[in-house]
Each structure stands twice: as C-alpha cells, then as structure tokens.
Design a protein around this ligand. Structure first.
Ligand SMILES: Nc1ncnc2c1ncn2[C@@H]1O[C@H](COP(=O)(O)OP(=O)(O)OP(=O)(O)O)[C@@H](O)[C@H]1O
Ligand SMILES: [Mg+2]
Length: 361
C-alpha cells in the first residue's frame, strides 16, 4: 500500500465512524448532562445548599474524592439548578486562579494588580449583598505562596454569611490549613467514593444515547469494567475510551482504553507542581519503594533541584493525594515486625520522563 492508498482508506474509515456520532459535545469533559447519575453523595450537598437558600446560615462544605468521581459536575449541576430559584453562586477554578488575590480579582472581573487584598474583599462584599455560594474547585492547587489561604478565612468570617464549597482530590486538605481557618470554616466533609462499574455503565449509556447513533451495551460494560479495575474509576478515561471506540472502531478495545488512559494520565502529570513532581521522581528512582526510603531519595532529589523538601508528614499526605490522582498505589506491606507502605507507580515511565525533561531538563 502506498501513502495515497493509506490516506484514502483511513479517510473513508474515519468518515464512516464519525457518521455514527450524533453529537460530539457529550465527549467534552465539561459537558453537563441533563440528568446526571444520582448517587448518595449528591444528597448532603443538595441539602446544604437548600438549607442555605432557606435560612441564610452558611453550611460550608469540603467535597473530596478521586479524579473523575463527579465532584465538579455535581456541584455545577446543583448550583445551576438552585440558581433557578434565585440562589446566587460563583464558580472559580483554583488551577487558573491560584491565590486569594487572583480569586477575588476574577470574581470582580478586574485585573489582579493595583489594589490590596482588603480593598478587593471590601468591593466583593459591596457587590454581593445577598446570599452567595463561592465554589472553589481544585482548591488543593492554591499556591504555596498564598500561605494562609486568606480567602478561606475571609469567607468563613464574613458578616454576610457567604457559603464556601471546596472541591479537592486531597483527603488530607483540612490538615494542611491553618488552625484559625479550620476552626472558623468548620466544613462538613463529603467523600465522593469511586464509581462502581455499573454506575460507570449508566453514565456511559446516557452519553451514548445522546451522542451516538448506535452503540453496543456489552462494549460499554467492558469499558466500565476496565475503568474500575485499572484506574481509580476515573470516568474521564471511560468517556475518552468511548470516544476512541466511536472514531476508531477497528482498533481493539484494550488499545483504545490504553490510549485514553495514557492521554488522561499525561495531563495529570503535566499539571503537577514542581515539588509533587519531585516526589514522583523519587518514587520512580528509589529501588526499595518503601515510603521511608522514597522519602530519603526525595530529599536528595530536592537538594539537587534546589528545592526545600516537604516534612515527612507533608510528604506522606502528598502520597495519598497522588494515589487519589491514580498515579501511584500504596500497598501496605510487612517489613520485619512493622507495616509500611510500598509505593507502586501506575504510570508509564516514558510519559513521566517527557514531563520531567521539560521541567527540570
Ligand atoms: N454522575 C455523573 N453523571 C454523568 N456524568 C458524570 C457523572 N459524574 C461524572 N461524570 C462525568 O465524568 C467526568 C469527570 O467528572 P468530574 O469532572 O465532575 O470529576 P471530578 O471529581 O471533578 O474530577 P477532578 O478531581 O479531576 O476534578 C465529566 O466529564 C463528568 O461529566
Ligand atoms: Mg473537578
């Protein structure tokens, strides 16, 4: 086959396949389905928002769970639904606005320069005289430079009784906050459990019904089973696999699944901050792979990169965070008479090395 034949054949295959796609938007991770799958985790958030709407007494929430467990979708869906009753809410992603200052500037639609934090806060209070829910998504990405996370303190002390909803991958987030913030915020903690395979099937069915002209239920079950088994049930991997199966049906399912998983993990590694990337470097390099020895390797690697290493406690909580991102697995193992965690990397090393090279050369 020459190049022309190959291109012609592939073009025909692709146009046949895209003919099966009715609506591409269902494959966009920001798509909000008309009826997201209901689960118990939705209830405490809906109840807290309703209580706030009725009483004006803030019930702050900290929602945590693994990647792709539906936190963002659920909170966006509920705030939009209650917005129809007149409940005002603001959504900010801390990945793009990673300091208290930038968050307030974004809320006010101004450039984050030229005013002090307290001026911005005053303006925020003037503009939001009514009940307001502030959703801070990916709150664990607030910069280390924003040491005291002032925005959380301001919100929790506000005379207007604003309500905060914090979304995080990190189960230990509360431990990382100042005592003063923790004691005024006092959030109700809601844990989003990983989806089960049958729940993932239901989510995929809804996507397929809207987005595809035809689909095969058995394939959806296989995608869901693979996602539950090989990732921390990250629904994004399942949706992307469905997408690849739709546009590349001749590829086998396993290959499309691996490709989807690789894409998603690549994004996750790319998004890590430098200090967290150093921990992954140590997890890859350390021969022993036990938490203590990985910590020692991490301290050495940090020294070489001229970064101050985390304390062991902080290092350890970052390991849980990396586990919730689906990048490592912590396996409890007995060494001598005590138990320790062995760290098993779950990502492709080539993928990691590419990000590492670009960052630390
Ligand atoms: N209950 C659900 N019904 C329908 N689709 C869902 C549901 N939960 C998650 N999804 C879909 O799965 C994908 C991942 O969900 P979402 O972005 O809410 O995860 P997340 O928990 O916020 O992940 P992260 O921690 O990475 O931010 C999205 O495309 C979302 O639409
Ligand atoms: Mg999210």
């Amino acid at each position: 086959m020459d190049i022309q034949d190959y291109v012609a054949r592939r073009e025909q295959e692709l146009s046949q396949a895209t003919g099966n796609i009715r609506d591409f938007k269902v494959f966009d991770f920001n798509y909000i389905p008309e009826k997201p799958l209901m689960r118990d985790e939705v209830k405490p958030i809906a109840d807290a928002l309703l209580r706030y709407e009725k009483t004006g007494i803030a019930n702050n929430l900290l929602v945590f769970g693994s990647r792709g467990s539906g936190k963002t979708l659920t909170v966006k869906y509920l705030t939009r639904l209650l917005g129809q009753n007149g409940l005002h809410s603001i959504y900010i992603n801390c990945r793009s606005h990673n300091t208290s200052f930038k968050i307030l500037a974004e809320c006010l639609g101004v450039k984050p320069r030229g005013c002090s934090l307290s001026e911005l806060w005053q303006r925020f209070c003037q503009e939001h005289g009514q009940r307001t829910v502030l959703v801070l998504d990916e709150v664990d990405l607030l910069s280390d430079k924003d040491k005291h996370k002032d925005i959380l303190y301001l919100i929790s002390r506000s005379p207007e009784n604003y309500m905060a909803i914090l979304l995080s991958n990190n189960p230990k987030l509360l431990n990382l906050l100042d005592e003063s913030v923790r004691s005024t915020l006092q959030p109700e903690v809601v844990h989003f459990h990983n989806y089960t395979a049958p729940q993932i099937v239901d989510i995929l069915k809804e996507r397929a019904a809207v987005g595809l002209s035809r689909h095969d239920d058995v394939m959806l079950q296989q995608i869901a089973a693979m996602t539950a088994r090989n990732t921390s049930s990250d629904v994004r991997v399942a949706i992307k696999t469905l997408y690849y199966m739709a546009i590349e049906p001749i590829q086998d399912l396993q290959a499309n699944f691996e490709r989807a998983r690789r894409d998603i993990l690549g994004d996750v590694i790319q998004d890590l901050n430098d200090r967290t990337l150093l921990i992954l470097r140590a997890a890859v390099d350390d021969r022993d792979q036990h938490a203590r020895s990985v910590y020692e390797t991490y301290c050495a690697v940090s020294g070489q990169a001229h970064e101050e290493p985390f304390s062991y406690v902080h290092f350890y909580s970052t390991l849980s965070y990396l586990q919730s991102l689906g990048l490592i697995l912590l396996i409890s193992t007995k060494v001598g008479k005590t138990y320790t965690n062995r760290i098993q990397p779950l990502f492709d090393q080539g993928l990691f090395e590419a990000v590492w090279q670009a960052r630390f050369g």
